[in-house]
Design a protein around this ligand. Sequence first.
Ligand code: ANZ
Length: 938
Amino acid sequence: MQYNFKEIEAKWQQYWAKNQTFKASNHSDKQKFYVLDMFPYPSGAGLHVGHPLGYIASDIYARFKRHQGFNVLHPQGYDSFGLPAEQYAIQTGQHPAITTKTNIARYREQLDKMGFSFDWSREVRTSDPNYYRWTQWIFIQLFESYYCNDAQQARPIAELEEVFAKEGNANINAVCDEDVVSFSGEDWKNYADKEKQAILLKYRLTYLAETEVNWCPQLGTVLANDEIVNGVSERGGYPVIRKKMKQWSMRISAYAERLLQGLDAIDWTESLKESQRNWIGKSVGAEVEFRVQNSEFRVQVFTTRPDTIFGATFMTLAPEHDLVLKITTPDQKEAVEAYIEKTSKRSERDRMADVKTISGVFTGAYAEHPFTKEPVPIWIGDYVLASYGTGAVMAVPCGDQRDYDFAKHYNIPIKNIFKDIDISENAYAEKDCVIDNSDFLNDLPYKKATKRAIFELEKLGQGKGKTNYRLRDAVFSRQRYWGEPFPVYYKDGMPQMIDEKHLPIQLPEVEKYLPTEEGEPPLGRADVWAWDTEKNEVVSNDLIDEERVFPLELNTMPGWAGSSWYFFRYMEDSIRDEVFASQEALDYWQNVDLYIGGSEHATGHLLYARFWTKFLKDRNLVPIEEPFKKLINQGMILGESAFVYRIKGENRFVSKDLIGEGKVQPIHTDVSFVNLSNELDVEAFKHWRPEFKEAEFLLNENGKYIVGREVEKMSKSKYNVVNPDDICEDFGADTLRMYEMFLGPLEQAKPWNTAGITGVHNFIKKLWKLYHSNDALVVSEEKTSKESLKTLHKTIKKVTEDIENFSFNTSVSTFMICVNELTAQKCTSREVLEPLAVLIAPYAPHIAEELWQKMGHQESISRVAYPKFDEKHLVESNKNYPISFNGKMRFTLDLPLDLSKEEIEKAVMQDERTQKQLEGRTPKKVIVVPGKIVNIVG
Ligand code: ANZ
């Protein structure tokens, strides 16, 4: 019987679906194991062979764990809100829900062909109202919480209200906006309701605030920092500018320290942890107060080097700093205003990136040095960022290069406070030095000096130790249609939550998906988008009376909302309408044991998901603190682009091997027009685009047109996309799966090369042949040879170790060697061929199932125990002895290891070759070291 992968694969895919083979149970005595892929955004282009790389790896692992007796949860779903469907809707008028549904159907079809062991009964779609009602619900929980610094956790906002009513906010140690005023219990009681709401908003974990945002005019929306690459939008590459807008924000900064500490407890790569650490950006230092001379104003600065305070010879404020216009002297006013106007045009990113341009203006004002009481000139300069620390620095030219350059440029005095350090060319940025010239800090090393400086500042009441984090609160509003609506309406300008009983608040219908002419988000176009507080339903805008019916929020949530908690939803085994996930399910599955996905999510999704998990834990909604125990980033699969060469200025194309000196212009051709020998199907290319129809082709001597090849990112725009459907059609899913793994280490980037796939395909055919002779199964019950057992156990050992180390590429080569050896040994033994089928099942599940069934089993192979390695089969029974004469090795002799010294000597002496060497002489001595050597002397 021939290896008919098409029949076999279709058969088993149907079997698995029909029997729900991979359905995980929430009630099991087995140990749980949760394997998760970062769920895909279903784009219109479908999957290319780069996408399933991570899914194949996680599927192998999930299947392996099932063989090991674990109760495995391996779900899949769709991150189905997002920009592309909406952009398509803007262009075509097609509702994004329809586009999304079509795309999901296509994805599902493609995924099904690759034989993944997903439990589809738990599928989630973030754009499904039954799912996003819980995203809305979590938003409400965040609104109803604040972060208590004493307890180091989120607490109900109602607790805060109780304290406010009793004693005001003097004793509250909570994370809040900087501009909260202090009030007494009496004040609180006298505040109008709106005032109370405004104060509470400054404490809530999600809050509405006027924030400077990254506004992208072309996309008509605000973008998060991680959605901007090199100053332009990640999608589309459009310019991004700073703009003030009223936005929902998430107080993720409250969790900065816990997000940092939590990294120590999880098994992620160091590089990934490092990017999160940098993003959080913890700096330990001090906040120091400088008094402005002849005024009541005080400037707070943040410094990581309080030990250098005696070197502070001027101060620099960010141009946007609140005090700038207040302290500027009349004669400097014009210059200062002009400077502010000029820098407002530069983005914060540009300002950070540009370390060369030095610019600033003197405000005319002076501060007083806290210790020396000397006057310190106050400048403004755009190297100081408004959004970091306090937006002001004490400038220490001797210790900070930017301050140094600034001082040199504007001729401001530089004071060296370091003993024996030369700063005539540059500032001294290291910490291993002794301080001089600095009163009580003299002769103290860095650490002691820092402590002492803070101590003295505290004594003066002009400073304290302070830890700063670079992590900013995350803007949570998007001016888009295709996202979760907020469960929020506005009463007298203040946001009100809709009771959770009435969720989901579903997206309204709009006739166009663009912002309104007034610049409102697309939901501003909806006619039925008001909240009736009596009927508790969404009603027509005409009914808005600001008494019973109120306008609803027009923004929607960002892409990261739905993906910040989806891993909890999968834990539920049935669609629950009363909870986001049941306590029982959460207690059983806990967290994701293995998470696989792309490294582009390092500081976005992975940080937000950790934040929401910590929040849910604080409010006793989930039992765990970290969602993803182990995480692996799969590398990218690169495409092999193909090029044709047009002679410049002509409509003639020259074959690659004919390119001479003349100028040619390389043009991408679709790789589907090129065969494995790099020959172009000229007719197909001509029909591709009208402009090529009349083109002339200069062929080589064999009458072929040869294309050029280059490795690039796999992308539709580079016409180098390989479709997994085609590979499944031509070679089968088992070959695709094994080939993707064979390409190289999981975490590395590697080029796809379709030509290489035949090697893996031939291997699978060889595997099939091993079990067959003359088209019939040859598995026999006869005794197995020692070599075959050795081959099998060697393979068990290596493959088990490989899977545990996520080294899937080396497993594939091990299988190849194994099948070659067993074929050479003519092994037909059931004792070997059965375990081999189980070993290979995680990689090539269809063929494994088929062989398993043919060997007489009724049940699927998927939960058969994984073969156990037994050392004894690897122990050598013979030794190939080197036989020496007077120390010179002359030949080798294979003898059983269990012979005695005498028996070895006898066997050696009887060998013809020994007699030939001795030429009739009797040796003086025969030295035998059992298991090692034999030396004949004399
Ligand atoms: C005095 C000093 C002396 C400083 C010295 C450094 C070296 P990180 O580690 O990034 O937290 N700084 C503070 N706020 C700033 C802002 N808004 N924009 C630009 N720079 C700012 O860096 C903290 C240091 O960066 C602070 O310590 C301050 O300069 C500067 F020998 O203060 B330092």
